[in-house]
Design a protein around this ligand. Structure first.
Ligand SMILES: C[S@@+](CC[C@H](N)C(=O)[O-])C[C@H]1O[C@@H](n2cnc3c(N)ncnc32)[C@H](O)[C@@H]1O
Length: 311
C-alpha cells in the first residue's frame, strides 16, 4: 500500500501541502473487507479516505462528512478515481447517525475522526484562524454558525473571557490576557487575528517569535476561542456517543486528537465502553507520530491516535 499520500492545495494563491496524519500507523492496524463501509467523520482533504478507499472494491462504501463545504469539494476531487462508492456531505459529525441512516446504511466497519483543522483551513483568510497571518477574526469552520471569535472577544465580560481562555486554552495567564483584551477593546474593536495576537503577546510580555521551536504566545488563546466558536468538545462528545450504535461487531473506531481536552474525552469514552463490554481498546497507550513524520509534517507533532474495536 502507498502510505505517503501528499496533496497540494491552492489556498488564497498559496500552495499548501497536505499529508494525512499517522496514516501509516492507521493502515497497519485496520484492515477493511473489500465490501466494507468506512465513515470518515472529518473528510478534510480526503487524505485518509483515499488511503482506505484504495483497499475497497466496487461494493465498498465511503461516507465522508465535514462542516466545511470547501473541504467537501476538495475531497470530492481527491476521491474521484476510487472504484468504491463515495458519498460526501456537508454535515456536523454530531449528526453522524441521522445522516448515515438516511443513506440506507445501518452499520459501518470503520469510523474515523481526525479532529481539528487542516493546514488549508489555517491558511484560508475566510476562516480567520491564524495568528501568523493577519486576517479577519472569525474562526467559524462552519459558516452557518452565528457567533464569530470577534463577537466573543468584543462582547464577553472580562470574567467570562478569562474563564473561557483558562478552560479551553489551559492558559494560566488567562486573567491577565482577558484584562488586556478588555482594555484594548475600549480603544477600538478587535477585528483581526493580528490585533488579538499582539494583545496576547503584550499581556504575556513575550514577543511573537523568540525561539523558533517555542509555541507562539497566542496559541492557547486562539485554541480556546476556536473550541468555543465551533462548540468542539460538545460535538466530539456527541460523536463518541453515536459510534457504538453505528459500528458493526468487530468494527473499528479511530480518533486522532490534537490537544489534551479532546484526547481526554476519547480516552474516557473508550475506557467506559470497555468496562461495559462494548469496546476492546486496541491502543493501550495512544499512538504518536515518530520523529521523521513530525519532520515531514509539523502539524502531526501534537497528534494522538486511539483505536477501539466493537465487541
Ligand atoms: C484534520 S482535518 C481532517 C483531514 C483528513 N483526515 C485528511 O486526511 O484529509 C479535520 C477536518 O474536520 C473537520 N471538522 C471539524 N469539526 C467537525 C465537525 N464537528 N463535524 C464535521 N467535520 C468537522 C474540519 O473542517 C476539517 O476539515
Amino acid at each position: 500500500m502507498q502510505y505517503d499520500i501528499r496533496c497540494t492545495i491552492n489556498v488564497n494563491d498559496s500552495i499548501i501541502e497536505h499529508i494525512p496524519v499517522l496514516a501509516e500507523r492507521l493502515a497497519e492496524q485496520i484492515n477493511l473487507p473489500l465490501d466494507g463501509v468506512m465513515v470518515d467523520a472529518t473528510i478534510g482533504q480526503g487524505g485518509h479516505s483515499l488511503l482506505f478507499g484504495k483497499t475497497l472494491g466496487p461494493k465498498g462504501v465511503i461516507v465522508g462528512l465535514d462542516v466545511d463545504k470547501t473541504a467537501i469539494q476538495r475531497a470530492r476531487f481527491v476521491l474521484k478515481d476510487l472504484t468504491c462508492k463515495v458519498i460526501l456531505h456537508t454535515c456536523n459529525f454530531s449528526q453522524i447517525t441521522e445522516y448515515v441512516h438516511k443513506q440506507g446504511i445501518e452499520k459501518a466497519d470503520f469510523i474515523l475522526a481526525d479532529l481539528g483543522l487542516c493546514s488549508a483551513q489555517l491558511a484560508d483568510v475566510e476562516m480567520g484562524l491564524s495568528f501568523k497571518t493577519n486576517m479577519p477574526l472569525d474562526m467559524r469552520i462552519d459558516k452557518r454558525l452565528k457567533t464569530t471569535a470577534a463577537d466573543i472577544v468584543n462582547r464577553a465580560d472580562e470574567k467570562s473571557l478569562a474563564d473561557l481562555i483558562y478552560r479551553f486554552g489551559q492558559d494560566r495567564a488567562s486573567r491577565r490576557i482577558a484584562r488586556f483584551i478588555v482594555q484594548q477593546r475600549r480603544r477600538e474593536p478587535i477585528i483581526t487575528t493580528g490585533q488579538l495576537a499582539a494583545i496576547v503577546c503584550k499581556a504575556l510580555q513575550r514577543p511573537a517569535q523568540k525561539r523558533k521551536s517555542r509555541i507562539h504566545p497566542a496559541t492557547r488563546t486562539f485554541q480556546a476561542l476556536r473550541i468555543a466558536v465551533n462548540n468542539e468538545l460538545d460535538n466530539t462528545k456527541k460523536l463518541l456517543e453515536s459510534v457504538p450504535v453505528l459500528l458493526n461487531k468487530n468494527g473499528y473506531v479511530a480518533v486522532v486528537s490534537y490537544h489534551s481536552l479532546e484526547d481526554r474525552l476519547v480516552k474516557n469514552d473508550f475506557k467506559q465502553n470497555e468496562k461495559d463490554n462494548i469496546y476492546k481498546i486496541i491502543t493501550k497507550k495512544p499512538i504518536v507520530p515518530a520523529r521523521d513524520e513530525i519532520a515531514r509534517n509539523r502539524r502531526a507533532r501534537s497528534a494522538k491516535l486511539r483505536i477501539a474495536q466493537k465487541q
